[in-house]
Design a protein around this ligand. Sequence first.
Ligand code: F6R
Length: 238
Amino acid sequence: MEIKITKDYQEMSELAAKEVAKVLAEVKQPVLGLATGSTPVGLYEELSKMELDFSKTVSVNLDEYIGLDGNHPQSYRYFMNEKLFNHINIDKKNTYVPDGSLADSQKAARDYEELLSKLGRIDLQILGIGNNGHIGFNEPDRALSLPTHVVKLEESTIEANARFFDSIDEVPKEAITMGVGSILKAKKIIVLASGKAKASIIKSLVDEYVSTELPASLLKFHPNVLLIIDQAAASLLD
Ligand code: F6R
């Protein structure tokens, strides 16, 4: 796992944007794996400013809440449209987010995994990391699912995400997420983390053994992972 420490959030976002631009320049029909949350917002702002050509790009998002359709302002589909897709020349037909609005969410998860298989590869996967070490919505547990699956959100994750909703009761309790296996198939993975609140989990990620109780640690099995973190997130590293 290569680590790059940046001065601040802005520099982290710019560095990540350059990595995305490199993939767009090198690959004819790039497949980008994208994340939501606060961390990649700066990256998406950079990408929106850079006037890159996304016309051949396909994107797949990590996860979506169950029970929200794409028009709900807190759905991840809505987030992606607002933060990125509406500002670049990607064809929305080529942007995929798991569908959390279907009655049969198990089927929606299976269909999404099939889509990933059909696409055949993710050239670059962007990840954030939860305070508890989750990636996507793969929460710490004794065992983790490999393919895209339905997951119950941890209380700590519901609390962390409540800031985006009017009340904590409105936060969905379940989500569809790409599994750790789906994520590890990406050719290259970039993990972003910023701010003091992430310092402790970043220290655990770097210093501790691989464990399903810290899902991001499984990324250590991947040969091409770049951790881009700002000084505040790196502040507990030796
Ligand atoms: C988002 C996602 C989550 C977030 C993580 C960090 O699609 O899958 O794993 O990356 O919860 O969220 P922020 O960036 O808000 O700290």
